[in-house]
Structures are given as C-alpha cells and as structure tokens.
Design a binder for this molecule. Structure first.
Ligand SMILES: Cc1cc2nc3c(=O)[nH]c(=O)nc-3n(C[C@H](O)[C@H](O)[C@H](O)COP(=O)(O)O)c2cc1C
Ligand SMILES: [Mn+2]
Length: 490
C-alpha cells in the first residue's frame, strides 16, 4: 500500500485492488443520473466495507457531453477507505475511535508543506485565464432534483488567507455555478473561511482571493472537513498525517497554495458587498432545508487542470455518506481533545454517522452533579456544534459507537423532565426542524439528553443493565462461551 498517496489516482488504484472501487464505463448523465447512483451507493453501503456487505466507491469514466472528464464519488464513506488513506495498519479492522486517534496524532505532529515549482505540478498541465474560463466546461453534476443549480464544489477544498497574520485556512464549503465565471456558496458565519471574508476582507472593502482544489489527494480532502483550530494550517496537519510534507504549488493569480497533485484548481476573488441567490441544496442533515438565499460570489480568474481530469463530488443526504464519516471523525476527535483539556473524565466520543452527524454522544465518568451541562460548556466552544442538533451524554458503560446501544440508552436513561435541556446557541441554518425564520436568523434551538445516572442516587437505585456481559457471573459467561459450539450454536 503506497502510503501516503501522492494523488487521488494512486488511491483509486489501491481501492481497486481492495475491491473498494467500481468503475462505470457505461455513459452516464451529469444531470441527476450520477447523483441518483451515488445516493443509492451511500444508502446501500451504510458505512460498511465491501467485505462487510457495503458498497464501493465509484468512478464514472464516460460522462455525457464531457468526453475528457471523469467523476469520482463515495470515496470517504466508510471507515475502511478512510483508514487506508490514513495509513492505518489494518484497515479491515479499523474503528472510528482509531481514526480519531490518528487525527489527533497528526494535529500534535504537524509538518510544513514543500512548495514545488509550477512546472513540476500536475495541476498546471492545462491553464485557462480570464474570459476564456467557462465553468460549464467542467462536468458539474445536478446532484439532487430540486437543487438550486449544478454544484461544482461538493468535495474539494477552499483555500484562503488571513490578511493580517498570513495564516492559510482550508475548508470544504459547497458552491454552485451561477454562470461561466461565477459561483455561489453558503457562507456560514463562524466557519473559518467565511469568517475571514465577513470579518476581515469585506469590512475593508477588499476582495478575498480564493483557490478551490477539486480532487486533491484523499487526505487533503479529509482534512478540509476537519475542525483544525484557527491559526493552524490544514497543510501542516496533513503533513503530520502523511508523516511527510505535502507538495503544494502557488496559484497563478494570487499567492495561495494548493496541493500540486489536484485534478482541477479554480482561482479568483470573492468581491466585497456582492450577493447573488444560492441554493437550495440537499444537505448533510438528510433534507433540503436551506432555502434560496443571498450569498457572496466566487469570481473566477483562472482554471488549471490535469490531463483527463477527475472531478470529486459528494452526494449528501440520509446516512451514511462521505460527510457523515469524514466530518464525524474530525469533529469527534476535536471534542475529545477539548474535553480532556478541560479535565472532563471523557471515555469516548462519537458524532454518529448513522444520524447524519446530527447526534453527538459522549461517555464519561460522573464524579460531580451536572456533568452533562459541564460537558456542554466545552462542547459549545467548538463552532461546529452549530451543525449538531442533539447531544447525548451517558455513563462510561455505554458503547457510543454502537447505534443500538445508543438508542437503548437514549430511551431508558433520559428522564423526560430532568434530563432534557434546550439550548439557544448559534443555530444551524440547515436545521430541518427549525422554522424558516429560525434557520435564516441562526436561532434554531438544540437539545441535550442527559443520560447519566444522577450522582445523588444511592447506588442501589441504579437499575442493573440486563445484558449477557453484565447480568451473569463471569464463571457462567465463560462456561457458556466455551460450550457454545457444543450446543450446536454458531
Ligand atoms: C461534503 C461536505 C460539504 C460541506 N459543505 C459545507 C458548506 O457548504 N458550508 C460550511 O460552512 N461547511 C460545510 N461543510 C463542513 C465543513 O467542511 C467543516 O465544518 C470544516 O471544518 C470547515 O473548515 P473550517 O473549520 O476551516 O471552517 C461541508 C463538509 C462536507 C464533508
Ligand atoms: Mn480550518
């Protein structure tokens, strides 16, 4: 396994060897057909590896009307594929917990990128400038019926720079085509890229340079979805994850850096005080809940691309898709780190892929009363909490990675009067349950389910869990396990 992968193509080769990639040679239509196929793959896969009954990632080799292009999708939607790109020693046995640890290790051991010359950068094989740029030359899919347009950027990274400190941020923020040279995307306040625009460039009446890398190496895509803190560059953390510097190259029209192996790079500026209607879009919550709203505009100055380029996309919707796995890992790891920083005796954290990342489950010891509220104080220091509707805190005996155990704890341990708390923090503009007004004004509330046993209950008041592992003496368990086959059971 050639870890780290130098580009997406190397990763796809390896996926193929592992039976984790399907190649579609039949001609497919960018208009809904590619979307419907990738949606079905996500829903049938449910986050499982192919060996475990899941579905493969996919590359479409023949797109109607776009003979020179390919589209690749569903690459990050199971643990095995993310484990492969992360250099996990045994991807078949990898867990979400392992991948969280790998993320934290990378954050702790950053390595700066190397800047390669433009002539050595595959993404510079072809260049188009100014009025020659035409976004419709790229096979942007119409992903869901009802989307506001063709979304070119749904699995990519957007690079922008803090004009004061020089810090470069990479994040993944959706964008759809408006016309040949402009795109629009939902710019959510408190996300790092949008914050630089809203808080720094626009108040100074300056355009914000941007660079969008579509289909860089798989780890760069993964880290663009991760909550890397402000002031820390994703490029350095990716170097840490690769255990070797990432090769980046300078843009043609500004000094931003992008992965040199990217299949397609779009450069330009987001001008101040310009807004055009964007959306709606079928989102990660599993609903098309964002309306059509006025958003800033990406104005394209240059497009560079590799020969026979691949466009990466994601098809967000009901579980389990790329966003559910990729965002879930990074967000959970960051929560775990923050809780440890704040002396919370946290055991495990899961942003549940099976709940489209809308449920954060934390298991912990409860030495003090109101532990769940204490935990929420830390949770809300992370701006991505805005994207999670529900929070469940449980004692450490609950396996937060097992959806059945989590559901059981939710309905048996949360007191309907004492255990349910409504929070009014910055709300999610995409919250399906929010009224239109709540979504637009970022005021949709969130809910905490406190599933911890009250610390002031006498021990005997806590009902014992009636499970094989907890209700039988160890001696009986061992006897039964030893004789299992003898009983004629499998
Ligand atoms: C497929 C996909 C699409 C996403 N689209 C958006 C988006 O349009 N807007 C947004 O604010 N976050 C979006 N996110 C979540 C961000 O990528 C994530 O919060 C990331 O941490 C943002 O980077 P930042 O911390 O540098 O702001 C998306 C994530 C994925 C996986
Ligand atoms: Mn960031």
């Amino acid at each position: 396994m050639p870890y780290p992968y130098s580009d997406l193509r190397e990763f796809l080769e390896d996926l193929k060897k592992e039976g984790e990639l399907a190649e579609v040679d039949a001609e497919v239509d960018w208009n809904l057909e590619v979307g419907a196929i990738t949606r079905r793959l996500s829903e049938m896969g449910m986050g499982r590896s192919v060996k475990a009954g899941g579905t493969p990632a996919v590359i479409f080799n023949k797109i109607k009307g776009y003979p020179d292009y390919r589209i690749c999708a569903v690459t990050h939607s199971n643990v095995k594929r993310v484990a492969m790109m992360s250099g996990h020693p045994d991807p078949d046995k990898a867990t979400l917990d392992d991948l969280q640890d790998i993320f934290l290790e990378a954050m702790d051991n950053p390595i700066k990128p190397v800047v390669v010359s433009k002539k050595d950068a595959p993404c510079k094989e072809n260049k188009v400038f100014g009025d020659d740029c035409n976004l419709y030359d790229l096979p942007a899919p119409m992903i869901h019926d009802g989307d506001g347009g063709r979304y070119l950027c749904t699995f990519h990274l957007v690079s922008q720079k803090d004009p004061d400190t020089g810090w470069t941020n990479w994040g993944m923020y959706r964008a759809m085509i408006h016309d040949r040279r402009t795109m629009g995307g939902i710019m959510i306040p408190y996300q790092q890229g949008p914050s630089l625009y809203f808080e720094k460039y626009e108040p100074r009446n300056e355009p914000m340079p941007f660079a969008i890398a579509i289909a860089p190496d798989p780890l760069s895509l993964f880290y663009a979805t991760c909550p890397v803190p402000a002031g820390v560059s994703e490029m350095d953390v990716i170097g840490g994850a690769r255990k070797k510097p990432l090769e980046v190259v300078q843009c043609e029209t500004c000094d931003l850096l992008v992965p040199a192996s990217s299949e397609i790079v779009i450069e330009g500026v987001i001008p101040p005080k310009v807004r055009v209607h964007e959306g709606p879009f079928g989102e990660y919550t599993g609903y098309r809940a964002s309306g059509r709203a006025l958003q800033p505009v990406y104005v394209v100055k240059a497009i560079t691309y590799r020969n026979n380029p691949i466009l990466t996309m994601s098809n967000m919707g009901v579980p389990v898709d790329d966003c559910d796995i990729a965002c879930g890992i990074g967000w959970a790891a960051k929560y775990k780190r923050d809780l440890q920083r704040d002396n919370v005796p946290v055991k495990s954290v899961n942003v549940m892929p099976e709940a489209s990342t809308n449920l954060l489950v934390i298991s912990t010891k409860t030495p003090y009363p109101r532990m769940a509220q204490r935990i929420m104080a830390t949770v809300f220091t992370n701006p991505v909490s805005q994207f999670i509707s529900s929070f469940l805190i449980v004692n450490e005996d609950v396996d937060v990675f097992d959806p059945v155990k989590v559901l059981h704890a939710l309905v048996t341990r949360v007191h309907p009067e004492n255990g349910v708390h409504v929070y009014h923090q910055t709300g999610n503009p995409l919250a399906p349950y929010g009224s239109l007004e709540e979504r637009l004004s970022l005021t949709a509330p969130q809910i905490l389910y406190d599933g911890t046993w009250p610390v002031d209950w006498p021990k005997l008041n806590v009902p014992p869990l009636s499970s094989f592992k907890t209700i039988y003496p160890e001696e009986t368990q061992n006897k039964v396990l030893k004789r299992w086959k003898e009983y004629g059971l499998k």
